[in-house]
Design a protein around this ligand. Sequence first.
Ligand SMILES: [Mg+2]
Length: 315
Amino acid sequence: MKRAPGEFDIIRDYFASAPQGEGVALGIGDDCALLQVPAQGQLAASVDTLVAGRHFPVVADPAAIAARALRVNLSDLAAMNARPLWFTLALTLPGSDADWLQRFADGLLKTARQFGISLVGGDTTAGPLSITIQVLGQTLKPLCRGGARPGDSVYISGPLGGAAAALPVILGERTAEGETRRRAERAYYYPEPQFATAAAIAGLASSAVDISDGLLADLAHICTASAVSADVYLERLAIAPLARALAGEGALALAAAGGDDYQLCFTVPQARVPALQKLEQEVVAIGTLSPGEAEVRCWQNGRRWRASRTGYRHF
Ligand SMILES: [Mg+2]
């Protein structure tokens, strides 16, 4: 197999200026990074791959792709109430386009600085464009999927449906101009990992998950892990204004079953609901849990509602 031109230099040339933050004894440039593991809590690790043509259009702005790749990984740390520490990058590139790489690196390192996470190593390979990021963080009070119990209330951390409504714009299937296009790009490429909400609910929530594949699909993960069923009352959902603007009547289905918003879905035992209501965070109660076989039932104004699709649309 032939290596892409300059492959050895790519990480050094474009990413070695990455900020080396807390706990980095030795960063990019040796066979391994050396990391000082925090004395307290647990290390949270997660990895995610984004493939061109499947998770983002091939022609997308490299800075936006980079931001999204890191943010979706950060969202997994947030979902577990883990503080970001370090990440590694495996980049598969069809060629070595200096301009593309520079813009990708700028977007990636800007996002890294914003969230206080250090790039500590990487690898590049020739092949179809794909981006794999592994994140590591520290958690003192982890939030897991498996702690929910019958009777707990189900919450979301914020409005849903914006990113799914933005997807046709991102894919060029639908035109949007000016401010609407800007909001669509923001919703899809710059999801906000919910670190503040996760920290606030850590002592209260019995389970949590980040909404990557759609509320109903991700709540089903909690139900499976916790062996409970859920009833969701759709009239209570917070729907993103962008979803209403772009999808009109279809906004509710996007909020229920569309993906990519990266809000949290979490559950809270009744005894802790009063404490939750005192938080600054504007969380939204959307349903309740009952004993059962991991079924997620949806209701709209007292009538059973079924999603035409229950999760993430792969394109
Ligand atoms: Mg996740």
